[in-house]
Design a protein around this ligand. Structure first.
Ligand code: ATP
Ligand code: MG
Ligand code: MG
Ligand code: MG
Length: 435
């Protein structure tokens, strides 16, 4: 008899049917007559029930001695099980061991952060990272869906570059045969070229920052989504941004109910973030709010915001909040100056609620060749490296705007996770390059 091989995530389609599943053992307990196997097949975690009088004395004894993470193929019948979190279990009728396991280092007891980071390649098999990665995948899926629906095409930016968009302090330098190269900090300049060629584009790729800070929000290697839109001013870009963020939240609510509950994230909290529009305040107003709070006695106009300031500002609102028009001195050269204010750019950061900080940075871009050239020279950047970028202002320059969303920042916020390292499979942190 041929039994159908399934993934347990599809259990609802096979209730009371006999199926075959490839699994790993995560835990077990048994009495004289019955064994409960905690199993995972990669798609979900569930229970297998083995009855001695059904499987036979010899097999039952073998099962009682199986070690954690033994891989096997089981056959059995799916039953609904209202008592379990997953909702289904399998009554095992046969079981074949595929790969024996040694003493597995990650046991059901609590482990420390460093231990789990050292064993990240194994820790990924556990429930919490599983839920995090499923949600990460959903956010990536929803990103492609959203931008495709909105008429964007994905134009990939290079990872190895010869130019350094935002100064060289946070850049990783490497060799490119006999030349110097850098790992990308942002694909933005290339996306601007893409927008001039394709109208609305986005990139999604890894970016690298040699930031020597240890915060709960910064990774050394992270993934960024960077849309860029030709013939678009900032106000319309802000609308794209809030639609996109609300779409991500809604997609996770729609498709990751189980994972959210596993992580203890209340969907009611997330629902508030699907309401549009998001509030907008100016940087000037933000400074005023900080000063009036009495909690930031030293804050003055011109300061960049750190985590405490961003957290305070976001706490004043129920939704993510846009902070508009930052001072020029704290933002990069390619932004477009405000038409009536010499001292600020047409730009905005989107601050996430609940203390998760900046999830988007964006702006309208300088369109004028001479002004851009002056800015590049003023910033001490190499003219040669930016010749191609200046070309974009020589041949049919148009108003254009764009933004960058940090994938792991968004995941950390949406899942309510404490630390950004949990939002990426293999985090690169200040003192961690392995595994
Ligand atoms: P921050 O002020 O938090 O350091 P940033 O202003 O330096 O961020 P941008 O250059 O504007 O960051 O990058 C766009 C987005 O990329 C940010 O809004 C954030 O979501 C994300 N991001 C920036 N740096 C990091 C990092 N080190 N780790 C993870 N995500 C990051
Ligand atoms: Mg930064
Ligand atoms: Mg910032
Ligand atoms: Mg920023």
């Amino acid at each position: 008899k041929i039994v159908k091989r399934i993934s347990i995530i599809d259990a609802k389609d096979y209730v009371d049917q006999e199926v075959e599943i490839g699994v790993w053992l995560t835990d077990k307990r048994s009495s004289g007559k019955i064994a409960f196997l905690q199993l995972r097949d990669g798609t979900a975690f569930f229970q297998g029930v083995v009855l001695k009088n059904q499987i036979g004395e010899e097999k039952f004894t073998e099962i009682k001695h199986l070690r954690q993470e033994t891989s096997m193929v089981i056959t059995g019948t799916i039953h609904e099980d209202a008592r379990s979190h997953f909702g289904y279990e399998i009554e095992v009728s046969s079981l074949e061991v595929i790969g024996d396991s040694n003493d597995y280092p990650i046991t059901p007891k609590e482990h420390g952060v460093d231990f789990l980071l050292d064993h990240r390649h194994l820790w990924l098999r556990s429930k919490k990272p599983h839920a995090m990665m499923v949600i990460r995948n959903e956010i990536i899926r929803a990103t492609y869906e959203f931008f495709n629906q909105e008429g964007f095409i994905k134009i990939d930016a290079p990872i190895l570059t010869g130019s350094a968009p935002e100064g060289t302090t946070e850049l990783f330098k490497t060799e490119y045969f006999d030349k110097e190269a850098y790992l990308s900090q942002s694909g933005q300049l290339y996306e601007e070229a893409g927008a001039m060629a394709f109208g609305k584009v986005f990139s999604f790729g890894p970016t690298f920052r040699a930031e020597k800070s240890k915060t709960r929000r910064h990774l050394i290697e992270f993934w960024m989504i960077e849309p860029e839109m030709a013939f678009m001013h900032q106000e319309e870009s802000l609308e794209v941004q809030e639609r996109y963020v609300a779409y991500l939240v809604q997609s996770v609510l729609d498709h990751c109910e189980y994972e959210l509950s596993l992580l203890g994230r209340d969907p009611e909290v997330l629902k508030k973030y699907t309401k549009l529009p998001y509030p907008r305040i100016s940087y000037d107003k933000a400074i005023e709010m900080l000063q009036e709070s009495g909690q930031f006695p030293d804050v003055k106009w011109g300061d960049d915001f750190g985590s405490p300031e961003e957290t305070f500002l976001a706490e004043q609102f129920e939704q993510p909040v846009f902070v508009l028009n930052y001072p020029k001195a704290i933002k990069p050269f390619y932004m477009k100056p405000h038409p009536t204010r010499e001292d600020v750019y047409i730009c905005a950061d989107l601050l996430a609620p609940e203390g998760y900080g900046e999830i988007i940075g964006g702006s309208e871009r300088e369109t004028d060749y001479d002004k851009l050239l002056a800015k590049i020279e003023e910033a001490g950047l190499s003219r040669e490296a930016y010749d191609w970028y200046l070309d974009l202002r020589k041949y049919g320059s148009v108003p254009h705007s764009g933004f960058g969303l940090g994938l792991e920042r968004a995941i950390t916020w949406i899942t309510g996770e404490d630390h950004i390292r949990e939002a990426i499979p293999f985090p690169r942190l200040l003192n961690r390059l392995n595994p």
